[in-house]
Design a binder for this molecule. Structure first.
Ligand SMILES: C[S@@+](CC[C@H](N)C(=O)[O-])C[C@H]1O[C@@H](n2cnc3c(N)ncnc32)[C@H](O)[C@@H]1O
Length: 273
């Protein structure tokens, strides 16, 4: 539903972009929201509100990035949980250097085809369903959905095209940014020299593609990236100079649908009785 057309010339392969462009700088130039302790605390709150902190839950973190801060917080605050964190191979190698922990496994996997059994109690995807291809983004959501067990939880943070547009509309000195915003196609041009864009969804389209991937009970809240740490990230990566002009993103929770009783295996039916 509501597909976004491809651009004629793609600036290159997605893996090449993340591993080579950012890998050379040890991934330090990536805008990383999980640097923010407030966001990590909010994610923890969402997870502990939905999952039993004393049950041995398995949590999947696709597109985990190289900094390992979220993984570290999760396993140190909840002793029963374990994590599989995935990303492109070069990125997980960098993450594994930051954190070695018996309940955290890093694995090189493309989020478009994770190819995992539906056994994760929750998946946490933070700014990692992010590419210039709507088809790829939707494939990522479907493959994360497939890895979650029935009734399992999805927590995701998604940038939205309304944030740079809003900043450009409100703040006169940021008006130049509107040139980079293609509202009709939900694209933001992050590198004018090569015309490289990312799709940043609007809430309505994001809700539709989450439902299309099989998620239900979709909830979204606006997360203002206003902590000193995220203001610093926004200044460093996007040259955004503070005040009230802060980036905001969509913090999503939803569920994989439960198994329909008619389709449950005899074992699953016995467990749920
Ligand atoms: C903006 S960074 C966010 C990193 C981390 N989740 C955070 O918020 O700090 C996006 C991450 O998603 C990963 N990523 C994007 N597309 C991917 C794909 N198709 N397969 C695996 N990883 C992907 C990138 O390599 C990168 O580490």
């Amino acid at each position: 539903m509501w597909p976004i057309p491809c651009l004629g010339a793609s600036p290159g392969d997605a893996r090449e972009y993340w591993e080579s462009r950012h890998g050379r700088l040890h991934f330090e130039n990536v805008y990383s929201v999980t640097e923010d302790p407030e966001l990590r605390a909010r994610i923890m709150e969402l997870l502990t509100g939905a999952l039993d902190p004393v049950a041995p839950c398995r949590i999947l973190i696709p597109g985990c990035g190289a900094r390992a801060l979220l993984e570290r917080d999760l396993v140190t605050s909840v002793l029963a949980w374990s994590i599989l964190a995935t990303d492109y191979p070069g990125v997980v190698r960098a993450a594994a250097k930051q954190l070695q922990h018996p309940r955290v496994a890093y694995c090189g996997r493309d989020t478009r085809a994770l190819d995992l059994e539906s056994e994760y109690d929750a998946a946490v995807v933070i700014n990692a369903i992010l590419s210039d291809s709507d088809v790829d983004n939707r494939a990522m959501l479907r493959s994360v959905h497939a890895a979650i067990r029935p009734s399992g939880l999805f927590v995701g943070l998604f940038p939205t095209i309304f944030a740079p547009a809003d900043i450009g509309f409100c703040e006169e000195r940021e008006r130049w940014r509107l040139e980079l915003v293609d509202l009709l196609h939900s694209r933001y041009c992050f590198d004018e020299h090569v015309g490289a864009t990312h799709i940043l969804y609007t809430p309505l389209r994001l809700r539709a593609i989450l439902r299309e991937a099989g998620f239900t009970a979709v909830r979204m809240e606006v997360f203002f990236c206003e902590s000193p740490c995220l203001r610093e990230e926004a200044a460093r990566v996007y040259g955004l100079e503070g005040g009230d002009a802060v980036i905001y993103e969509l913090l999503v929770t939803c569920r994989k649908a439960p198994v329909h009783p008619d389709r449950a295996t005899p074992h699953a039916a016995a467990v749920s009785e």
